[in-house]
Design a binder for this molecule. Sequence first.
Ligand SMILES: *[C@@H]1O[C@H](CO)[C@@H](O)[C@H](O)[C@H]1NC(C)=O
Ligand SMILES: *[C@@H]1O[C@H](CO)[C@@H](O)[C@H](O)[C@H]1NC(C)=O
Ligand SMILES: *[C@@H]1O[C@H](CO)[C@@H](O)[C@H](O)[C@H]1NC(C)=O
Ligand SMILES: *[C@@H]1O[C@H](CO)[C@@H](O)[C@H](O)[C@H]1NC(C)=O
Ligand SMILES: *[C@@H]1O[C@H](CO)[C@@H](O)[C@H](O)[C@H]1NC(C)=O
Ligand SMILES: *[C@@H]1O[C@H](CO)[C@@H](O)[C@H](O)[C@H]1NC(C)=O
Ligand SMILES: *[C@@H]1O[C@H](CO)[C@@H](O)[C@H](O)[C@H]1NC(C)=O
Ligand SMILES: *[C@@H]1O[C@H](CO)[C@@H](O)[C@H](O)[C@H]1NC(C)=O
Length: 250
Amino acid sequence: MDTKIWLWVIIICICSQIIVIVAETDPNDLGVLNAIKSSWKNLPPDWKGSDPCGSNWEGINCTDSRVTSLVLAGMGVKTNGIGDIPLLSVLRYLDLSNNKEIKAILPTSIQNLKNLTTFYACRILVGCSFSGPIPDSIGYLDQLVFLALNNNSFVGPIPPSIGNLTNLSWLDLSDNQLLGPIPVSNATSPGLDNLVKAKHFHLANNNLSGPIPSQLFSPNMTLMHFIVNDNQLSGTIPSTIATVQTLEVV
Ligand SMILES: *[C@@H]1O[C@H](CO)[C@@H](O)[C@H](O)[C@H]1NC(C)=O
Ligand SMILES: *[C@@H]1O[C@H](CO)[C@@H](O)[C@H](O)[C@H]1NC(C)=O
Ligand SMILES: *[C@@H]1O[C@H](CO)[C@@H](O)[C@H](O)[C@H]1NC(C)=O
Ligand SMILES: *[C@@H]1O[C@H](CO)[C@@H](O)[C@H](O)[C@H]1NC(C)=O
Ligand SMILES: *[C@@H]1O[C@H](CO)[C@@H](O)[C@H](O)[C@H]1NC(C)=O
Ligand SMILES: *[C@@H]1O[C@H](CO)[C@@H](O)[C@H](O)[C@H]1NC(C)=O
Ligand SMILES: *[C@@H]1O[C@H](CO)[C@@H](O)[C@H](O)[C@H]1NC(C)=O
Ligand SMILES: *[C@@H]1O[C@H](CO)[C@@H](O)[C@H](O)[C@H]1NC(C)=O
């Protein structure tokens, strides 16, 4: 009798353990990752089974069964489009850098990633293949601290809405085909002058035009690197730049 009870206790323990393990990944996030798995190529070989959080799929970190980081940097990942990544709704860290075969635009729905603090679409040395305009809706990602979209094929203007991202510390849009002015704020629109926490503005190697606005710089800023070479900018460097005490590289 006694041993039977103990057997049952053991069986129940094992079963509940299994149930806990099976349930470790949020079903919504699992669905998104499974969809990515079935349509992207060259994903990490350990993307197996049905529990990305519980079995530690490479490049995935979770918090409380939700996927909070997705890092596929430099894996030679191949896809057309970023799939349902915008549905990973509590993602904080997204790094798709150094994958030449990610051919994608940034959809308006990127705005759903409300918890995103870091987004690398690319880094130095190996370009990626994002194209199309940078959507205005990027201005809703108000937790962003690092935004690196450099060395892609983005076209069109710098969305003034980036000025809403007042937590940004790092803004790198260099090596694209962006055109138009460096946006500054006015009564109806935000602009890059709002980014007083930013330490890096890297805008080099685009097709930006017009003057460097004097309004861009203020004593409130903490800018260290302001890099805008190889554009179509005109006029002189405004004297207001001297009010930025933290500047190291222009
Ligand atoms: C993911 O988790 C690993 C292990 O805890 C950690 O080393 C790594 O920095 C985390 N990555 C991100 C992007 O948070
Ligand atoms: C997402 O952001 C909300 C609001 O800031 C916060 O309450 C929540 O804890 C965050 N979730 C994760 C998993 O980071
Ligand atoms: C951009 O990417 C290309 C390859 O796609 C590479 O040759 C070039 O060095 C990169 N440029 C920078 C500044 O990283
Ligand atoms: C930017 O902020 C302004 C004012 O706070 C707001 O009206 C606008 O909807 C925001 N736009 C984006 C894209 O975040
Ligand atoms: C900036 O970061 C702080 C601290 O994480 C957060 O409370 C705030 O909502 C973020 N966004 C803005 C626009 O300040
Ligand atoms: C305010 O800035 C926006 C975006 O930079 C621009 O389109 C608009 O014409 C500006 N409005 C005025 C009144 O200058
Ligand atoms: C850059 O701008 C100039 C002048 O506005 C234009 O002639 C040229 O075609 C543009 N180049 C690209 C790559 O968009
Ligand atoms: C500096 O910051 C203060 C407080 O945030 C603000 O009232 C002021 O307009 C800012 N000055 C400039 C020149 O942007």
